[in-house]
Design a binder for this molecule. Structure first.
Ligand code: PEP
Ligand code: MG
Length: 571
Protein backbone atom coordinates (compact mmCIF):
# COMPACT_ATOMS: atom_id res chain seq x y z
CA UNK A 1 0.00 0.00 0.00
CA UNK A 2 1.33 3.46 -0.94
CA UNK A 3 0.63 6.36 1.44
CA UNK A 4 1.10 10.04 0.73
CA UNK A 5 0.77 13.03 2.97
CA UNK A 6 -0.52 16.40 1.80
CA UNK A 7 -2.36 19.34 3.24
CA UNK A 8 -6.03 18.74 4.02
CA UNK A 9 -8.04 21.75 2.80
CA UNK A 10 -11.62 20.49 2.83
CA UNK A 11 -12.86 18.15 5.58
CA UNK A 12 -14.42 14.76 4.87
CA UNK A 13 -13.51 11.19 3.87
CA UNK A 14 -13.60 9.88 0.32
CA UNK A 15 -13.20 6.33 -0.96
CA UNK A 16 -13.11 5.81 -4.69
CA UNK A 17 -11.09 5.02 -7.79
CA UNK A 18 -8.35 7.24 -9.15
CA UNK A 19 -9.08 9.24 -12.29
CA UNK A 20 -5.73 10.72 -13.25
CA UNK A 21 -5.66 13.95 -15.20
CA UNK A 22 -2.89 14.40 -17.74
CA UNK A 23 -0.52 17.33 -17.55
CA UNK A 24 0.41 18.63 -20.97
CA UNK A 25 3.36 20.53 -19.52
CA UNK A 26 5.01 17.25 -18.53
CA UNK A 27 4.63 15.70 -21.96
CA UNK A 28 5.79 18.59 -24.08
CA UNK A 29 8.22 18.01 -27.00
CA UNK A 30 11.50 19.97 -26.91
CA UNK A 31 13.27 20.68 -30.24
CA UNK A 32 15.13 23.50 -31.91
CA UNK A 33 13.71 25.23 -34.93
CA UNK A 34 15.62 26.83 -37.78
CA UNK A 35 15.93 30.66 -37.54
CA UNK A 36 13.78 31.21 -40.63
CA UNK A 37 10.87 29.34 -38.97
CA UNK A 38 10.92 31.61 -35.90
CA UNK A 39 8.24 34.00 -37.12
CA UNK A 40 5.85 31.18 -38.04
CA UNK A 41 6.47 29.61 -34.63
CA UNK A 42 5.65 32.95 -32.90
CA UNK A 43 2.46 33.19 -34.96
CA UNK A 44 1.50 29.64 -33.93
CA UNK A 45 2.01 30.62 -30.30
CA UNK A 46 -0.01 33.82 -30.70
CA UNK A 47 -2.88 31.91 -32.25
CA UNK A 48 -2.86 29.27 -29.47
CA UNK A 49 -2.89 32.00 -26.80
CA UNK A 50 -5.87 33.61 -28.49
CA UNK A 51 -7.76 30.29 -28.85
CA UNK A 52 -7.17 29.45 -25.20
CA UNK A 53 -8.38 32.91 -24.24
CA UNK A 54 -11.51 32.56 -26.38
CA UNK A 55 -12.22 29.20 -24.72
CA UNK A 56 -12.02 30.76 -21.27
CA UNK A 57 -14.18 33.73 -22.23
CA UNK A 58 -16.77 31.34 -23.68
CA UNK A 59 -16.82 29.35 -20.42
CA UNK A 60 -17.17 32.58 -18.43
CA UNK A 61 -20.29 33.73 -20.29
CA UNK A 62 -22.00 30.36 -20.03
CA UNK A 63 -21.39 29.77 -16.31
CA UNK A 64 -24.33 27.88 -14.81
CA UNK A 65 -26.26 29.67 -12.06
CA UNK A 66 -25.05 27.21 -9.45
CA UNK A 67 -21.35 27.66 -10.31
CA UNK A 68 -19.23 28.63 -7.27
CA UNK A 69 -19.20 32.42 -7.19
CA UNK A 70 -15.38 32.45 -7.03
CA UNK A 71 -15.16 31.04 -10.55
CA UNK A 72 -16.13 34.07 -12.65
CA UNK A 73 -13.38 36.36 -11.27
CA UNK A 74 -10.83 33.53 -11.50
CA UNK A 75 -11.66 32.95 -15.15
CA UNK A 76 -11.22 36.67 -15.78
CA UNK A 77 -7.78 36.59 -14.15
CA UNK A 78 -6.77 33.64 -16.34
CA UNK A 79 -8.06 35.33 -19.45
CA UNK A 80 -6.08 38.47 -18.56
CA UNK A 81 -2.91 36.46 -18.00
CA UNK A 82 -3.28 34.93 -21.46
CA UNK A 83 -3.82 38.37 -22.99
CA UNK A 84 -0.77 39.89 -21.28
CA UNK A 85 1.48 41.15 -24.12
CA UNK A 86 4.58 40.42 -21.98
CA UNK A 87 3.81 36.69 -22.00
CA UNK A 88 3.74 36.63 -25.81
CA UNK A 89 6.71 38.96 -26.18
CA UNK A 90 9.03 37.20 -23.71
CA UNK A 91 8.15 33.74 -25.02
CA UNK A 92 8.81 34.91 -28.59
CA UNK A 93 12.21 36.18 -27.46
CA UNK A 94 13.06 32.59 -26.51
CA UNK A 95 11.81 31.35 -29.90
CA UNK A 96 13.76 33.95 -31.85
CA UNK A 97 16.86 34.14 -29.64
CA UNK A 98 17.31 30.49 -28.62
CA UNK A 99 15.39 28.79 -31.44
CA UNK A 100 13.17 26.85 -29.04
CA UNK A 101 9.96 25.39 -30.45
CA UNK A 102 6.88 27.28 -29.20
CA UNK A 103 5.86 24.65 -26.58
CA UNK A 104 9.37 24.51 -25.14
CA UNK A 105 9.63 28.33 -25.06
CA UNK A 106 6.26 28.58 -23.35
CA UNK A 107 7.06 26.01 -20.63
CA UNK A 108 10.46 27.69 -20.02
CA UNK A 109 8.85 31.11 -19.71
CA UNK A 110 6.14 29.64 -17.48
CA UNK A 111 8.76 28.06 -15.24
CA UNK A 112 10.62 31.37 -14.96
CA UNK A 113 7.42 33.20 -13.99
CA UNK A 114 6.30 30.60 -11.44
CA UNK A 115 9.77 30.70 -9.85
CA UNK A 116 9.40 34.49 -9.51
CA UNK A 117 6.07 33.99 -7.74
CA UNK A 118 7.55 31.29 -5.51
CA UNK A 119 10.03 33.85 -4.14
CA UNK A 120 7.28 36.21 -3.01
CA UNK A 121 6.81 36.60 0.71
CA UNK A 122 3.05 36.84 0.64
CA UNK A 123 1.54 33.34 0.72
CA UNK A 124 -1.42 34.35 -1.41
CA UNK A 125 0.81 35.81 -4.13
CA UNK A 126 3.11 32.78 -3.95
CA UNK A 127 0.19 30.56 -4.78
CA UNK A 128 -0.76 32.73 -7.77
CA UNK A 129 2.18 31.05 -9.55
CA UNK A 130 -0.34 28.24 -9.89
CA UNK A 131 -2.46 30.45 -12.18
CA UNK A 132 0.44 30.87 -14.59
CA UNK A 133 0.96 27.11 -14.64
CA UNK A 134 -2.71 26.50 -15.31
CA UNK A 135 -3.06 28.95 -18.20
CA UNK A 136 0.10 27.59 -19.81
CA UNK A 137 -1.28 24.09 -19.44
CA UNK A 138 -4.40 25.21 -21.34
CA UNK A 139 -2.34 26.74 -24.18
CA UNK A 140 -0.25 23.57 -24.44
CA UNK A 141 -3.42 21.50 -24.73
CA UNK A 142 -4.63 23.78 -27.52
CA UNK A 143 -1.31 23.30 -29.33
CA UNK A 144 -1.57 19.53 -28.89
CA UNK A 145 -4.82 19.60 -30.88
CA UNK A 146 -7.30 17.73 -28.69
CA UNK A 147 -7.53 19.16 -25.22
CA UNK A 148 -8.21 16.32 -22.73
CA UNK A 149 -10.13 18.37 -20.20
CA UNK A 150 -11.49 15.49 -18.18
CA UNK A 151 -9.63 12.49 -16.81
CA UNK A 152 -9.48 9.66 -19.36
CA UNK A 153 -10.83 7.17 -16.83
CA UNK A 154 -14.51 7.91 -16.38
CA UNK A 155 -17.59 6.80 -14.54
CA UNK A 156 -18.60 4.34 -17.31
CA UNK A 157 -15.74 2.09 -16.23
CA UNK A 158 -16.71 1.66 -12.58
CA UNK A 159 -19.61 1.99 -10.20
CA UNK A 160 -17.34 3.47 -7.54
CA UNK A 161 -17.07 7.22 -7.07
CA UNK A 162 -14.09 8.80 -8.80
CA UNK A 163 -11.30 10.71 -7.11
CA UNK A 164 -9.54 13.21 -9.34
CA UNK A 165 -5.75 13.05 -9.12
CA UNK A 166 -4.03 15.94 -10.86
CA UNK A 167 -0.85 17.92 -10.85
CA UNK A 168 -3.01 21.00 -10.40
CA UNK A 169 -6.59 21.89 -11.35
CA UNK A 170 -7.46 25.23 -12.92
CA UNK A 171 -10.77 26.96 -12.08
CA UNK A 172 -12.02 26.28 -15.63
CA UNK A 173 -11.21 22.55 -15.30
CA UNK A 174 -12.89 22.55 -11.93
CA UNK A 175 -16.07 23.80 -13.56
CA UNK A 176 -16.06 20.94 -16.06
CA UNK A 177 -15.36 18.46 -13.28
CA UNK A 178 -18.37 19.68 -11.30
CA UNK A 179 -20.73 17.82 -13.58
CA UNK A 180 -18.99 14.49 -12.81
CA UNK A 181 -19.38 12.05 -9.99
CA UNK A 182 -16.24 13.07 -8.11
CA UNK A 183 -15.73 12.24 -4.46
CA UNK A 184 -12.50 14.17 -3.82
CA UNK A 185 -9.79 16.26 -5.42
CA UNK A 186 -6.12 15.45 -4.88
CA UNK A 187 -3.39 17.64 -6.32
CA UNK A 188 0.40 17.58 -6.27
CA UNK A 189 0.58 21.38 -6.10
CA UNK A 190 -1.31 24.10 -4.23
CA UNK A 191 -1.85 25.26 -0.68
CA UNK A 192 -4.79 26.33 1.49
CA UNK A 193 -5.50 29.44 -0.59
CA UNK A 194 -5.01 27.73 -3.97
CA UNK A 195 -7.95 27.71 -6.33
CA UNK A 196 -8.41 23.97 -5.97
CA UNK A 197 -8.89 24.56 -2.26
CA UNK A 198 -11.17 27.56 -2.71
CA UNK A 199 -13.44 25.93 -5.26
CA UNK A 200 -13.47 22.50 -3.55
CA UNK A 201 -14.47 24.24 -0.31
CA UNK A 202 -17.38 25.97 -2.04
CA UNK A 203 -18.42 22.59 -3.55
CA UNK A 204 -17.98 20.92 -0.17
CA UNK A 205 -15.93 18.05 -1.65
CA UNK A 206 -12.97 16.73 0.40
CA UNK A 207 -9.63 17.90 -0.96
CA UNK A 208 -5.97 17.34 -0.22
CA UNK A 209 -3.37 19.52 -1.94
CA UNK A 210 0.43 19.75 -1.93
CA UNK A 211 0.89 15.98 -2.33
CA UNK A 212 4.31 16.30 -4.03
CA UNK A 213 4.71 13.65 -6.75
CA UNK A 214 1.60 11.69 -5.88
CA UNK A 215 0.23 11.80 -9.43
CA UNK A 216 3.18 9.75 -10.71
CA UNK A 217 2.51 7.02 -8.11
CA UNK A 218 -1.09 6.38 -9.09
CA UNK A 219 -2.76 4.66 -12.04
CA UNK A 220 -6.30 5.07 -13.34
CA UNK A 221 -8.65 2.78 -11.42
CA UNK A 222 -6.45 2.40 -8.31
CA UNK A 223 -8.54 2.33 -5.13
CA UNK A 224 -7.90 5.46 -3.05
CA UNK A 225 -8.80 6.68 0.41
CA UNK A 226 -8.56 10.45 0.90
CA UNK A 227 -8.63 11.75 4.45
CA UNK A 228 -9.69 15.41 4.36
CA UNK A 229 -8.94 15.76 8.08
CA UNK A 230 -5.32 14.64 8.23
CA UNK A 231 -4.25 15.05 4.58
CA UNK A 232 -3.35 11.33 4.33
CA UNK A 233 -4.02 9.52 1.04
CA UNK A 234 -3.83 5.72 0.80
CA UNK A 235 -3.46 3.79 -2.47
CA UNK A 236 -4.89 0.28 -2.79
CA UNK A 237 -5.41 -0.21 0.95
CA UNK A 238 -6.15 -3.59 2.55
CA UNK A 239 -9.76 -4.70 3.07
CA UNK A 240 -9.36 -4.07 6.79
CA UNK A 241 -8.31 -0.43 6.29
CA UNK A 242 -11.06 0.07 3.73
CA UNK A 243 -13.64 -1.12 6.23
CA UNK A 244 -12.20 1.12 8.91
CA UNK A 245 -12.54 4.19 6.63
CA UNK A 246 -16.02 3.17 5.47
CA UNK A 247 -17.02 3.20 9.11
CA UNK A 248 -15.43 6.66 9.64
CA UNK A 249 -17.15 7.95 6.51
CA UNK A 250 -20.56 6.71 7.69
CA UNK A 251 -20.01 8.16 11.20
CA UNK A 252 -19.03 11.53 9.76
CA UNK A 253 -22.06 11.60 7.40
CA UNK A 254 -24.33 10.84 10.35
CA UNK A 255 -22.65 13.54 12.42
CA UNK A 256 -23.17 16.18 9.67
CA UNK A 257 -26.81 15.19 9.32
CA UNK A 258 -27.36 15.52 13.05
CA UNK A 259 -25.52 18.84 13.06
CA UNK A 260 -27.70 20.22 10.26
CA UNK A 261 -30.71 19.65 12.53
CA UNK A 262 -29.17 22.10 14.97
CA UNK A 263 -29.52 25.03 12.59
CA UNK A 264 -32.69 26.31 14.21
CA UNK A 265 -32.04 24.93 17.69
CA UNK A 266 -31.17 27.53 20.33
CA UNK A 267 -27.50 27.94 21.28
CA UNK A 268 -28.22 27.34 24.95
CA UNK A 269 -26.07 25.59 27.55
CA UNK A 270 -27.41 22.78 29.74
CA UNK A 271 -27.84 25.30 32.57
CA UNK A 272 -29.93 27.63 30.43
CA UNK A 273 -27.43 30.32 29.39
CA UNK A 274 -28.21 31.64 25.90
CA UNK A 275 -25.16 32.25 23.74
CA UNK A 276 -25.12 34.61 20.75
CA UNK A 277 -23.51 33.14 17.64
CA UNK A 278 -22.56 35.72 15.04
CA UNK A 279 -20.66 35.51 11.77
CA UNK A 280 -17.32 36.83 10.51
CA UNK A 281 -17.41 37.96 6.87
CA UNK A 282 -14.88 39.53 4.54
CA UNK A 283 -17.08 40.46 1.59
CA UNK A 284 -20.67 41.78 1.49
CA UNK A 285 -21.90 38.73 -0.49
CA UNK A 286 -21.02 36.48 2.44
CA UNK A 287 -23.85 37.96 4.53
CA UNK A 288 -26.16 35.51 2.76
CA UNK A 289 -24.15 32.51 4.06
CA UNK A 290 -24.38 34.01 7.55
CA UNK A 291 -28.18 34.12 7.33
CA UNK A 292 -28.28 30.55 5.97
CA UNK A 293 -26.13 29.33 8.86
CA UNK A 294 -28.62 30.86 11.31
CA UNK A 295 -26.27 33.60 12.59
CA UNK A 296 -27.65 36.06 15.16
CA UNK A 297 -25.85 38.89 13.39
CA UNK A 298 -22.52 39.88 11.86
CA UNK A 299 -19.90 39.99 14.61
CA UNK A 300 -17.08 41.10 12.33
CA UNK A 301 -17.09 42.46 8.79
CA UNK A 302 -13.41 42.95 7.92
CA UNK A 303 -13.89 46.05 5.76
CA UNK A 304 -10.24 46.14 4.64
CA UNK A 305 -11.06 43.46 2.05
CA UNK A 306 -12.92 46.17 0.10
CA UNK A 307 -9.66 48.12 -0.04
CA UNK A 308 -7.20 45.35 -0.93
CA UNK A 309 -6.14 43.94 -4.31
CA UNK A 310 -6.93 47.11 -6.28
CA UNK A 311 -4.92 50.14 -7.35
CA UNK A 312 -7.39 52.76 -6.04
CA UNK A 313 -9.40 53.33 -2.87
CA UNK A 314 -13.12 52.51 -2.77
CA UNK A 315 -15.20 55.69 -2.96
CA UNK A 316 -17.72 56.73 -0.29
CA UNK A 317 -20.50 55.63 -2.64
CA UNK A 318 -18.99 52.19 -3.22
CA UNK A 319 -18.44 51.66 0.50
CA UNK A 320 -21.94 52.89 1.30
CA UNK A 321 -23.42 50.36 -1.17
CA UNK A 322 -21.34 47.54 0.36
CA UNK A 323 -22.19 48.34 3.99
CA UNK A 324 -25.86 49.01 3.21
CA UNK A 325 -26.15 45.67 1.37
CA UNK A 326 -24.90 43.80 4.45
CA UNK A 327 -27.23 45.70 6.79
CA UNK A 328 -30.19 44.97 4.51
CA UNK A 329 -29.24 41.30 4.05
CA UNK A 330 -29.16 40.78 7.82
CA UNK A 331 -32.84 41.85 8.11
CA UNK A 332 -32.69 43.65 11.42
CA UNK A 333 -29.97 41.54 13.04
CA UNK A 334 -27.04 43.61 14.30
CA UNK A 335 -24.11 44.20 11.95
CA UNK A 336 -20.60 44.91 13.22
CA UNK A 337 -18.43 46.67 10.67
CA UNK A 338 -14.79 47.06 11.55
CA UNK A 339 -13.09 50.18 10.25
CA UNK A 340 -10.09 49.77 8.00
CA UNK A 341 -7.51 47.42 9.59
CA UNK A 342 -4.71 47.96 7.12
CA UNK A 343 -1.01 47.37 7.86
CA UNK A 344 1.11 44.39 8.99
CA UNK A 345 0.15 41.47 6.71
CA UNK A 346 -2.70 43.41 5.06
CA UNK A 347 -1.32 46.17 2.83
CA UNK A 348 -2.86 48.44 0.24
CA UNK A 349 -1.71 47.88 -3.34
CA UNK A 350 0.95 50.35 -4.38
CA UNK A 351 1.87 51.21 -0.80
CA UNK A 352 5.64 50.93 -0.92
CA UNK A 353 6.41 52.25 2.56
CA UNK A 354 8.55 49.80 4.48
CA UNK A 355 7.84 49.92 8.21
CA UNK A 356 10.57 48.70 10.54
CA UNK A 357 8.09 46.38 12.19
CA UNK A 358 4.71 46.61 10.46
CA UNK A 359 2.79 44.65 13.14
CA UNK A 360 3.85 47.30 15.66
CA UNK A 361 3.63 50.22 13.25
CA UNK A 362 1.07 52.44 11.59
CA UNK A 363 -1.65 49.77 11.47
CA UNK A 364 -5.46 49.95 11.76
CA UNK A 365 -6.75 52.91 13.85
CA UNK A 366 -3.25 54.40 13.88
CA UNK A 367 -3.25 54.40 10.08
CA UNK A 368 -6.78 55.84 9.93
CA UNK A 369 -6.02 58.69 12.35
CA UNK A 370 -2.88 59.48 10.34
CA UNK A 371 -4.94 59.50 7.11
CA UNK A 372 -8.04 61.47 8.16
CA UNK A 373 -9.52 61.74 4.66
CA UNK A 374 -9.55 57.94 4.19
CA UNK A 375 -11.10 57.54 7.66
CA UNK A 376 -13.70 60.28 7.11
CA UNK A 377 -14.82 58.71 3.81
CA UNK A 378 -15.38 55.36 5.53
CA UNK A 379 -17.20 56.91 8.50
CA UNK A 380 -19.56 58.86 6.22
CA UNK A 381 -20.37 55.65 4.33
CA UNK A 382 -21.05 53.83 7.62
CA UNK A 383 -23.36 56.58 8.92
CA UNK A 384 -25.28 56.56 5.65
CA UNK A 385 -25.65 52.76 5.76
CA UNK A 386 -27.07 52.99 9.30
CA UNK A 387 -30.29 54.32 7.73
CA UNK A 388 -31.13 50.66 6.98
CA UNK A 389 -30.44 49.24 10.44
CA UNK A 390 -28.23 49.44 13.47
CA UNK A 391 -24.48 49.43 12.73
CA UNK A 392 -21.90 48.55 15.35
CA UNK A 393 -18.75 50.46 14.40
CA UNK A 394 -15.73 48.47 15.58
CA UNK A 395 -12.31 50.10 15.90
CA UNK A 396 -9.26 47.83 15.53
CA UNK A 397 -5.91 48.03 17.41
CA UNK A 398 -6.95 50.49 20.10
CA UNK A 399 -4.43 50.86 22.93
CA UNK A 400 -4.93 54.44 24.16
CA UNK A 401 -7.97 56.36 25.34
CA UNK A 402 -7.06 59.34 23.18
CA UNK A 403 -7.58 57.11 20.11
CA UNK A 404 -11.17 56.52 21.24
CA UNK A 405 -11.69 60.27 21.73
CA UNK A 406 -10.17 61.02 18.31
CA UNK A 407 -12.47 58.42 16.73
CA UNK A 408 -15.56 59.99 18.33
CA UNK A 409 -14.43 63.41 17.09
CA UNK A 410 -13.94 61.98 13.59
CA UNK A 411 -17.49 60.52 13.63
CA UNK A 412 -18.93 63.85 14.77
CA UNK A 413 -17.11 65.68 12.02
CA UNK A 414 -18.32 63.10 9.44
CA UNK A 415 -21.91 63.87 10.60
CA UNK A 416 -21.28 67.60 10.13
CA UNK A 417 -19.94 67.05 6.60
CA UNK A 418 -23.02 64.99 5.68
CA UNK A 419 -25.27 67.71 7.16
CA UNK A 420 -23.51 70.38 5.13
CA UNK A 421 -23.83 68.31 1.97
CA UNK A 422 -27.46 67.52 2.72
CA UNK A 423 -26.81 63.77 2.35
CA UNK A 424 -29.26 61.59 4.29
CA UNK A 425 -27.76 59.52 7.11
CA UNK A 426 -28.73 58.19 10.52
CA UNK A 427 -26.91 58.20 13.83
CA UNK A 428 -28.05 54.62 14.29
CA UNK A 429 -24.73 53.23 15.53
CA UNK A 430 -22.87 52.09 18.60
CA UNK A 431 -19.11 52.35 19.02
CA UNK A 432 -16.89 49.49 20.15
CA UNK A 433 -13.27 48.44 19.99
CA UNK A 434 -11.26 45.32 19.32
CA UNK A 435 -9.36 44.12 22.36
CA UNK A 436 -6.24 42.81 20.68
CA UNK A 437 -3.40 44.69 22.32
CA UNK A 438 -2.48 43.37 25.81
CA UNK A 439 -2.15 46.92 27.21
CA UNK A 440 -5.82 47.54 26.55
CA UNK A 441 -6.91 44.25 28.10
CA UNK A 442 -4.84 44.91 31.23
CA UNK A 443 -6.05 48.51 31.67
CA UNK A 444 -9.55 47.84 30.34
CA UNK A 445 -11.69 49.86 32.77
CA UNK A 446 -11.82 53.31 31.07
CA UNK A 447 -12.45 51.62 27.71
CA UNK A 448 -15.37 49.60 29.10
CA UNK A 449 -16.84 52.73 30.65
CA UNK A 450 -16.58 54.81 27.48
CA UNK A 451 -17.36 52.33 24.71
CA UNK A 452 -20.65 50.58 23.92
CA UNK A 453 -19.18 47.10 23.34
CA UNK A 454 -15.90 45.19 23.05
CA UNK A 455 -14.75 42.40 20.74
CA UNK A 456 -11.67 40.37 21.60
CA UNK A 457 -9.42 39.71 18.60
CA UNK A 458 -7.61 36.64 19.87
CA UNK A 459 -5.52 36.29 16.69
CA UNK A 460 -3.63 39.46 17.46
CA UNK A 461 -4.01 39.29 21.23
CA UNK A 462 -2.07 36.01 21.22
CA UNK A 463 0.54 37.39 18.81
CA UNK A 464 1.17 40.51 20.89
CA UNK A 465 1.00 38.77 24.28
CA UNK A 466 3.40 35.97 23.40
CA UNK A 467 5.61 37.97 20.97
CA UNK A 468 4.88 35.43 18.24
CA UNK A 469 4.38 36.62 14.67
CA UNK A 470 1.05 34.97 13.74
CA UNK A 471 2.24 34.42 10.16
CA UNK A 472 5.72 33.03 10.89
CA UNK A 473 5.75 29.23 10.48
CA UNK A 474 9.13 28.98 12.29
CA UNK A 475 7.50 29.95 15.58
CA UNK A 476 4.03 28.57 14.88
CA UNK A 477 4.42 25.92 17.61
CA UNK A 478 4.74 28.72 20.19
CA UNK A 479 1.49 30.39 19.10
CA UNK A 480 -0.54 29.10 22.03
CA UNK A 481 -4.15 30.20 22.60
CA UNK A 482 -4.19 28.16 25.83
CA UNK A 483 -1.31 30.08 27.44
CA UNK A 484 -2.51 31.16 30.92
CA UNK A 485 -1.45 34.77 30.16
CA UNK A 486 -3.74 34.89 27.13
CA UNK A 487 -6.61 33.28 29.03
CA UNK A 488 -6.22 35.71 31.93
CA UNK A 489 -6.44 38.68 29.54
CA UNK A 490 -9.60 37.27 27.98
CA UNK A 491 -11.11 36.57 31.43
CA UNK A 492 -10.19 40.04 32.68
CA UNK A 493 -11.89 41.68 29.68
CA UNK A 494 -15.05 39.57 29.95
CA UNK A 495 -15.32 40.21 33.70
CA UNK A 496 -14.92 43.97 33.22
CA UNK A 497 -17.65 43.92 30.56
CA UNK A 498 -19.94 41.93 32.86
CA UNK A 499 -19.45 44.39 35.73
CA UNK A 500 -20.17 47.39 33.49
CA UNK A 501 -23.08 45.69 31.69
CA UNK A 502 -21.34 46.03 28.30
CA UNK A 503 -21.36 43.18 25.76
CA UNK A 504 -18.04 41.44 25.10
CA UNK A 505 -17.55 39.10 22.12
CA UNK A 506 -14.65 37.04 20.79
CA UNK A 507 -14.17 37.32 17.01
CA UNK A 508 -10.70 35.78 16.58
CA UNK A 509 -10.23 32.23 15.27
CA UNK A 510 -10.62 30.79 18.79
CA UNK A 511 -14.35 31.57 18.66
CA UNK A 512 -14.88 29.17 15.74
CA UNK A 513 -12.71 26.36 17.07
CA UNK A 514 -15.10 23.87 18.67
CA UNK A 515 -12.20 22.33 20.63
CA UNK A 516 -11.96 25.48 22.77
CA UNK A 517 -15.67 26.35 23.02
CA UNK A 518 -15.91 24.98 26.58
CA UNK A 519 -12.85 26.95 27.59
CA UNK A 520 -14.43 30.19 26.32
CA UNK A 521 -17.69 29.37 28.10
CA UNK A 522 -15.64 28.74 31.24
CA UNK A 523 -14.13 32.22 30.84
CA UNK A 524 -17.68 33.59 30.84
CA UNK A 525 -18.07 34.30 27.13
CA UNK A 526 -21.65 34.60 25.86
CA UNK A 527 -21.02 36.05 22.40
CA UNK A 528 -19.00 34.25 19.70
CA UNK A 529 -18.28 35.39 16.14
CA UNK A 530 -16.87 32.97 13.54
CA UNK A 531 -16.92 31.78 9.93
CA UNK A 532 -20.49 30.65 9.14
CA UNK A 533 -19.32 27.09 8.38
CA UNK A 534 -18.03 26.64 11.94
CA UNK A 535 -21.26 27.66 13.62
CA UNK A 536 -22.99 24.30 13.96
CA UNK A 537 -19.95 22.54 15.46
CA UNK A 538 -19.67 25.29 18.07
CA UNK A 539 -23.40 25.23 18.76
CA UNK A 540 -23.23 21.48 19.38
CA UNK A 541 -20.51 21.98 22.03
CA UNK A 542 -22.51 24.76 23.68
CA UNK A 543 -25.62 22.62 23.95
CA UNK A 544 -23.66 19.88 25.73
CA UNK A 545 -21.85 22.16 28.19
CA UNK A 546 -22.70 23.31 31.69
CA UNK A 547 -21.61 26.93 31.75
CA UNK A 548 -21.52 27.55 35.52
CA UNK A 549 -19.58 24.36 36.24
CA UNK A 550 -17.06 25.36 33.58
CA UNK A 551 -16.71 28.85 35.04
CA UNK A 552 -15.80 27.46 38.46
CA UNK A 553 -13.25 25.01 37.05
CA UNK A 554 -11.59 27.58 34.78
CA UNK A 555 -11.50 30.34 37.45
CA UNK A 556 -9.74 28.03 39.92
CA UNK A 557 -7.10 27.00 37.43
CA UNK A 558 -6.54 30.58 36.22
CA UNK A 559 -5.98 31.82 39.77
CA UNK A 560 -3.10 29.39 39.97
CA UNK A 561 -1.94 30.47 36.47
CA UNK A 562 -2.03 26.80 35.51
CA UNK A 563 -2.26 25.40 32.01
CA UNK A 564 -5.75 24.02 31.62
CA UNK A 565 -6.12 20.60 30.05
CA UNK A 566 -9.03 20.84 27.61
CA UNK A 567 -10.00 17.22 28.31
CA UNK A 568 -10.66 18.19 31.94
CA UNK A 569 -13.46 20.52 30.77
CA UNK A 570 -15.62 17.72 29.41
CA UNK A 571 -18.59 17.30 31.80
C1 PEP B 1 -8.04 39.17 15.51
O1 PEP B 1 -6.97 39.77 15.57
O2 PEP B 1 -8.34 38.21 16.26
C2 PEP B 1 -9.06 39.54 14.50
C3 PEP B 1 -10.27 39.04 14.52
O3 PEP B 1 -8.69 40.38 13.52
P1 PEP B 1 -7.74 40.01 12.28
O4 PEP B 1 -7.57 38.51 12.27
O5 PEP B 1 -8.42 40.55 11.09
O6 PEP B 1 -6.47 40.74 12.63
MG1 MG C 1 -6.68 41.65 14.56
Amino acid sequence: MVCAQGQAVVKGYAIGRAAVMGAAALEVAHYRISPEDAQAECDRLKEALQTARNELDAIAVTLPDDAPRELAPLLTVHSMLLGDPMLLQQTCELIVGRHYNAEWALTSQGQFLTEQFALMEDEYLRERGGDIRQVIERVLRVMAGSPPLLPAFDSAETDDPLIVVARDISPADMLRLRGGRFAAFLTDLGGPTSHTAIVARSMNVPAVVGLGHFRSLVRDGDVLIADGFTGAVLVNPSAQILNEYRQRQADYARERLELARLRDAPAMTLDGITIRLEANIELPEEAEAAVQAGADGIGLFRSEFLFMGRPDLPSEEEQYEAYASVVKAMQGRPVTIRTLDIGADKSLDGDTTVATNPALGLRAIRYCLANPEIFATQLRALLRASIFGHVRILIPMISQMHEVRATRAAIESACRELDERGTPYACNYSLGAMVEIPAMAIAIEPFVDTLDFLSIGTNDLIQYTLAIDRGDSDVADLYDPMHPAVLRLIAHTINAGERAGKPVAVCGEMAGDARVTRMLLGLGLTQFSMHPQQMLDVKKEIRQAHSNALRTKVAMALNRAERIDLASLIN
